[in-house]
Write a protein that binds this ligand. Structure first.
Ligand code: RUQ
Ligand code: CUA
Length: 646
């Protein structure tokens, strides 16, 4: 599928657009926009309406700017059952909700490639936890959050062999490959995740999902494609049927089955990584069991609804009554009614079954179809006034339509080939509205050329009136997929400013200059170093020998907001450290040559930042240079000053 290019892209901006996105210097934006970074593996944070970039949050990928995945403390966050995996593909964001409304506590993101879900703490804008998902491959349909953040839910894109029998011919797909959807519990207070249960499903591809809300709160809806169960040339073979499915899961019922012991515990292996705020250290634990529910043993838990054709997005409206399926190859947008779904289930109004799972009659569950909406519908968001906004990849547009009467109200071009879109609060029970943001796949001629790859881009539209109005283009990092926007006031008041030094429980912390020291343990040298404007203690170290590994444990003693110190040493083949006030972070360094190695602070912290430096002397293996360290106070030879004498 290729996008067509709308004409007249310059002329569509109306006169007062600039004033609507202008946030004067020193003023704040109204919304935070959390944007997935796609193949960058990160999440980025923009202000709306300005489109200004505030932060890139490292999640699944190492980030040398912040030492993420390079410091000894953060490395365990990227541990998996496959070992250290320093990259992933982050597609979707889910902000935590209470009673279906944003509560500003956490953001969740998926790793598409090596299935994982991360939880980002919105007090610190840091990844606090990463849980790997077993029995999954291509964690695309993830993470989608239930009405009170009871679960973040994850469906597998690729079906794969589940269980012990892994070494099977690919052409035995139909008999040996299965899907799963996982319900990951979220602790109400701490946010800590655990895999509550998985549901074993037919071997198709699960693409996206949404939780029900309001009347449909106990349900979860997943779009599925490849109901043909093709395993090769999916472009053709997975587009044979006229309709694929939306899978409706009664998760309240699944919860009951899990409690009643209907599940089977399966042996698996997955990593669960938690960042401890008091030790400033991540711990990775390998788990080895997961509870699996089989719909065969759990009646009335899973249903399929036919959905035209190769559905991608699957979205529930603010009331929870309507479920919108967006078939990439469909000529209409089907809208399903939750009430009708319940009636059809009660009356067993089925159209046979799919692998033993009842298929509800299309006409019986359909609220109606949006006719001639556009080409290549992907995703739908909602405002608070009963309107839906659907992105169209092929026809490069956003189409606004009315949920009740299914009439198209307005359409605007996007530049170009929109994927996801976002209305602030769009997936919640109370959308904040105001804007819709398009996340485009192609920018072509929109920006100054930068070689073969152009910047990725978002576009901001005003939706406060009847007609949508383009206001702004702004570049984004990675490839943005889903994004959410939330009022700034829900987050900024809780923002962490420093880590309290007296609460620092890192075993390698040096809580004060006079605790700074250097110790040898075999071939390990542990440098307990402090940093405060504008010096390191110690700043000179001698007695390191080839073959040693030096651990620089740097504690930032500052207790002021926005005063990180950095740390880097010449020749280190990892990255810098960036240490927040009150925090301790560790850089491991194995010098490979004899010599003098400068080290310095990388973050311009003070007028004397350039003075914030030191040296490490590395001697040959077997040398008898004693291990010494010094600071200004203990400097062995202070030069005599003769010029000042009177
Ligand atoms: S996807 S562009 Cu990976 Cu969410 Cu639809
Ligand atoms: Cu500390 Cu620059």
């Amino acid at each position: 599928m290729q996008g067509c290019k709308p004409k007249g892209s310059q002329s569509v901006v109306s006169g007062n657009a600039a004033s609507k996105v202008y946030v004067a210097p020193g003023k704040y934006d109204e919304f935070y926009n959390f944007v997935s970074g796609g193949f960058s593996g990160q999440m980025s944070v923009y202000g709306l309406p300005s489109g200004r970039l505030f932060r890139v949050i490292p999640v699944f990928s190492v980030d040398p700017e912040k030492g993420w995945g390079y410091s000894e403390e953060s490395k365990p966050m990227l541990n998996t059952s496959h070992g250290f995996v320093p990259w992933d593909d982050l597609h979707h964001i889910a902000l935590s909700v209470t009673n279906g409304e944003h509560d500003g506590r956490w953001a969740f993101g998926n790793a598409n490639n090596t299935p994982r879900i991360a939880r980002i703490d919105l007090k610190t804008f840091r990844t606090a936890e990463i849980i790997e998902i077993p029995n999954s491959a291509g964690n695309h349909s993830s993470p989608f959050i239930t009405e009170n953040s009871e679960y973040v839910v994850a469906g597998t894109r690729f079906s794969v062999p589940i269980g012990d029998k892994q070494d099977v011919p690919i052409e035995t797909y139909k008999e040996n490959f299965k899907g799963t959807v996982s319900f990951i519990g979220v602790d109400k207070t701490s946010g800590k995740m655990n895999i509550a249960f998985q549901i074993l499903t037919p071997g198709v591809n699960y693409d996206l999902a949404r939780a029900g809300k309001g009347k449909s709160a106990g349900w979860m809806f997943f779009s599925c494609y490849n109901s043909e169960k093709a395993n090769t040339l999916l472009e053709v073979n997975a587009s044979q049927k006229d309709k694929d499915f939306i899978m409706a899961v009664n998760w309240k019922k699944a919860e009951e089955y899990a409690k009643a012991g209907k599940g089977v515990k399966k042996a698996v292996k997955y990593a669960h990584n938690v960042y401890d705020e008091s030790t400033h250290t991540a711990i990775s634990t390998m788990e080895n069991e997961v509870l699996v529910l089989d719909p065969k043993d759990c009646p009335d838990m899973v249903y399929y609804m036919p959905c035209p054709k190769s559905p991608h997005g699957c979205d529930t409206d603010p009331t929870g009554e309507y479920i919108v399926g967006s078939g990439k190859l469909a000529a209409v947008i089907p809208v399903f009614s939750f009430t009708k779904i319940q009636e059809a289930i009660a009356q067993k109004n089925f159209d046979g079954d799919f692998d033993g799972i009842p298929v509800l009659k299309y006409e019986a569950v359909l609220h109606g179809e949006v006719q001639k909406p556009g080409l290549g519908p992907l995703h739908t968001e909602f405002d608070a006034n009963g309107n839906a906004y659907t992105s169209f990849f092929v026809s490069s547009e956003i189409v606004k339509w009315n949920i009740k009467d299914l009439k198209v109200v307005d359409r605007v071009p996007t530049y170009y080939s929109i994927g996801h879109l976002c209305v602030p609060g769009g997936p919640t029970k109370k959308p904040h509205g105001k804007y819709v943001i398009a996340y485009n796949k192609i920018t072509k001629d929109r920006y100054l050329p930068t070689g073969p790859e152009l910047t990725q881009s978002a576009q901001l539209y005003d939706i406060s009136g009847e007609k949508m109005k383009l206001l702004l283009d702004f570049p984004t990092i990675g490839e943005p997929h889903y994004a959410e926007a939330i009022p700034a006031e829900l987050i900024m008041k809780n923002s962490t400013k420093i880590y309290k030094i007296e609460e620092n429980k890192n075993p390698y912390a040096a809580l004060g200059d006079n605790n700074a020291r250097v110790e040898r343990k075999g071939n390990e040298i542990h440098v307990y170093m402090t940093s405060i404007r504008s010096h390191f203690t110690p700043d000179n170290i001698e007695g390191v020998k080839l073959g040693d590994i030096v651990y620089f444990h740097v504690t930032n003693l500052e207790q002021d907001w926005d005063v990180p110190h950095g740390f880097a040493v010449k020749g280190a083949n990892n990255a810098e450290l960036l240490i927040m006030p009150g925090e301790t972070q560790t850089l491991a360094w194995k010098p490979e040559k004899v010599g003098i190695y400068p080290m310095y602070c990388t973050d311009f912290c003070s007028a004397l930042h350039q003075e914030m430096q030191g040296y490490v002397r590395v001697s040959p293996a077997g040398s008898n240079v004693p291990l010494t360290f010094s600071t200004g106070k203990t400097a062995p030879t202070a030069p005599k000053d003769t010029t000042q004498k009177k």
